[in-house]
Design a protein around this ligand. Structure first.
Ligand code: ZN
Length: 199
């Protein structure tokens, strides 16, 4: 990666130096680009395939760099500049488990649909589906629960009580299949846990 950062040749599609590619991929993930194929095993695969080409191109667009999908001098330096100097702060850890995204299917225990609504503090737009964090607002639609003993009524919101502090986006814990959310009614009364039907 350092050789590539100094000058040509840039890292590009089918790059044989998988170690260098993996570093670039990790950096792209760390700055907020989801790379589900690359990260399928929880760490970068080092393969400069279509996903890496597309993600590098998106990064270049975001950074107003020449968009060619190749990780050359300018792109690598820009990527590098987004991280604190070595020794200044711990590196952002790789998520050990894949985070939930806007494509995940969440339900209340009564078959209501749990939708995430991004806020200004939510994960920024990225190449892949938006990663869910505790900074999102969660809305429950279609919970059929009706008044019961004067307490139960349709679930409306979710309070996350277990989230992933090991992998944060914008300083907010992300959500994973292991996260626990309480579905609450209008009185903020918990009525059961969020069911994660699909990660
Ligand atoms: Zn419900």
């Amino acid at each position: 990666m350092q050789a590539a950062a100094r000058n040509a040749p840039p890292l590009k599609k089918n790059e044989p130096d998988r170690e260098a590619v993996a570093l670039v991929q990790q950096a792209l993930v760390d700055v907020g680009f989801a790379m589900p194929i690359t990260m399928a095993r929880g760490k970068p695969d080092g393969i400069y395939g279509d996903e890496t080409v597309n993600t590098v191109a998106r990064f270049q667009t975001q950074q107003a760099l020449q968009r060619d999908g190749q990780a050359g001098h300018d792109t690598l330096h820009r990527l590098d500049s987004l991280f604190p100097p070595v020794g200044a702060a711990p590196q952002v850890p790789t998520p050990a488990v894949p985070p939930l995204t806007e494509q995940s299917v969440l339900m209340c225990p009564h078959s209501g649909t749990v939708m995430s609504v991004p806020t200004r503090a939510s994960a920024p737009p990225s190449a892949g589906p938006r990663i869910l964090t505790v900074n999102d607002v969660f809305v429950v639609n279609g919970c059929p629960l009706v008044g019961f003993l004067g307490r139960l009524s349709p679930c409306l919101t979710v309070q996350w009580v277990v989230s992933n502090s090991q992998f944060q986006v914008n300083g907010a814990n992300t959500l994973t299949a292991g996260s626990v959310g309480l579905c609450e009614n209008a009185d903020r009364f918990p009525q059961g846990n969020v069911i994660i039907a699909r990660v």
